[in-house]
Design a protein around this ligand. Structure first.
Ligand code: GDP
Ligand code: MG
Ligand code: ZN
Length: 346
């Protein structure tokens, strides 16, 4: 049960109205005198905070401009492709302005108590799902992230970190367990920040892509970023603040180039992106190996449990769908009902 008070529809509407009134009232600077603005050009948002965005030009120079955001622009997030007018004034307080946001090819979102589902980053090419041997390897948690990636339609890669802690025999067993992911089309990389195992392979798949790293606290995300970006100074061993529902993440998402190529979008909000706000059908679709059977069950509202004529269940029994993945699926569906906030209908 959520500890948050339940608000009525009317109360929620009132809060949203008050909020947007407040946001619009102190926006006078965002429509500053046009004489300090240059011609409109294309750019990309590399950082987003408060009423500002840092926009980088797309040419070799990659000049960065601090910009306000035009009132008519609904949302701007890190990774967005935008049209903006840079400031041509020498006054530090003058800013450029983001005029429009181009269509996103992918969006990472998170639930927000007042605003519903809120985008947190855009145009991500690949999600690195990090898991580790210690505290404990959980394929169920990997499955949850994979579903979220499938839903966002962003290809994931699975990284298992801290493998130097395993005996050769235990490593073989772990590889056998995880071969199920390779069978259904996911790449799995076994890595160690201690021995550098797998890091060259990981580096090579990041090149030319905008990446995010997700995974539970303690699996080694910051350690991996430090290996891939030696000057990044990520704090290792730090548990990121609980930026749960309704609380705003204070650390801005930012886009950082990797030393060997490719880029990383990082922020606590991005790292914690999850799937509890999804409807059941999206969970089902998020299990890629289920897809070929969907629509074929005897009953159109099949829950894929003990329903007669269920093709998913039959595929599990025949060994065509991995039983652990199927259990994982049921567990995720069961967990949804407990976590779904009042404003999202099933
Ligand atoms: N044994 C071992 N420990 C690691 C490895 N990578 C990270 N750690 C340790 O795991 C802990 C959590 O790492 P951190 O990078 O902060 O994880 P994050 O919470 O995902 O950012 C720290 O004590 C790291 O030193 C690894 O490859 N092997
Ligand atoms: Mg960390
Ligand atoms: Zn079914």
């Amino acid at each position: 049960m959520s500890k948050k008070p339940k608000l009525s529809k009317n109360q929620q509407r009132q809060i949203a109205a008050n909020r947007s009134k407040r946001l619009n009232s102190d926006h006078s600077k965002s429509d500053q005198d046009n004489s300090t603005l240059g011609d409109a050009i294309n750019g990309r948002v590399v950082s987003r905070f408060g009423k500002h965005a840092i926009v980088e030009t797309l040419d070799e120079s990659r000049d960065q401009h601090k910009c306000y955001i035009r009132r008519t622009v609904k949302s701007v997030v890190c990774g967005d492709q935008v049209v903006f007018r840079p400031s041509v004034s020498s006054e530090e307080r003058d800013r450029g302005i983001v005029e429009t946001v181009l269509d996103r090819k992918s969006t990472l979102s998170r639930p927000d108590y007042y605003d519903g589902i809120k985008p947190i980053a855009a145009n991500i090419d690949q999600i690195i799902v990090v898991s580790s041997i210690i505290p404990a390897l959980s394929t169920h948690i990997i499955d949850r992230y994979l579903v979220a990636c499938e839903h966002a339609q962003i290809p994931p890669v699975v990284v298992i970190n801290k493998v130097e802690l395993l005996t050769p025999q235990a490593l073989d067993e772990t590889k056998a367990t995880l071969s199920i992911y390779e069978k259904i089309g996911y790449k799995v990389i076994f890595a160690s920040c201690r021995t550098d195992e797998g890091l060259a392979e990981l580096s090579s798949i990041l090149i030319d892509k905008v990446n995010v790293l997700v995974g539970q606290s303690g699996v080694g995300k910051s350690s991996l970023v430090n290996q891939l970006l030696p000057h990044s100074d990520e704090v290792v061993g730090e548990v990121s603040g609980n930026s749960g529902l309704g609380q705003h993440t204070t650390t801005a998402a930012k886009l950082i180039p990797f030393t060997l190529g490719g880029e990383l979008i990082d922020s606590p909000g991005v790292r914690e992106f999850g799937l509890w706000h999804l409807p059941v059908e999206d969970i089902t679709n998020g299990f890629v190996e289920f897809r070929e059977y969907l629509g074929g069950c005897k009953f159109s509202d099949c829950k894929h449990r003990n329903d007669p004529g269920c093709l998913i269940r039959a595929a599990v029994e025949e060994g065509n769908i991995d039983a652990e993945r199927y259990d994982s699926y049921l567990k995720i569906v069961d967990s949804l009902d407990q976590n779904r906030p009042a404003y999202i209908k099933e």
